[in-house]
Write a protein that binds this ligand. Structure first.
Ligand code: ZN
Length: 134
């Protein structure tokens, strides 16, 4: 008979339950410690191939960003790591920002030097876009 690992959501204890395949899913499992029915099947450690997206989500986790605002170098390192995880060329601006962060410049300072980063530009830059027409 297979053993199933369960965990009680109420008292958070783990326990084994012997169930036949027929019983599994049919039989009501209750916690042997507190008799709660709030039990969940404990899944063993499963190696899940993580997508690049989840990597990014992890890296973008706000808890990872704690204190980074005050530490441009750490922020730069994180951004560089992020870009290497993605494996894509992030463009010269990105490299410049990371480089400046690693040099200890604050994000505000960098925005002043690279105005396009603010995201408010776009309508400006006269001339540049017209060259193709000539
Ligand atoms: Zn319990």
């Amino acid at each position: 008979m297979p053993t199933y690992d369960f965990r009680c959501l109420n008292c958070r204890r783990s326990f084994d339950v012997y169930l036949s395949y027929q019983e599994y899913g049919e039989k009501k499992i209750v916690c042997p410690y507190c008799e709660s029915e709030q039990v969940t099947r404990k899944i063993g450690r499963i190696r899940v191939a993580r997508s690049e997206d989840s990597h990014l989500e992890n890296l973008a986790d706000p808890s990872n960003l704690d204190g980074l605002e005050d530490d441009p170098r750490a922020l730069g390192r994180m951004m560089r790591k992020m870009s290497s995880e993605v494996g894509e060329e992030m463009g010269p601006e990105f490299d410049e920002v990371v480089g400046r962060l690693e040099a200890g410049q604050s994000p505000e300072e960098i925005e002043k030097h690279i105005p396009d980063l603010g995201g408010e530009g776009g309508e400006g830059s006269p001339g540049g876009m017209m060259e193709d027409d000539f």
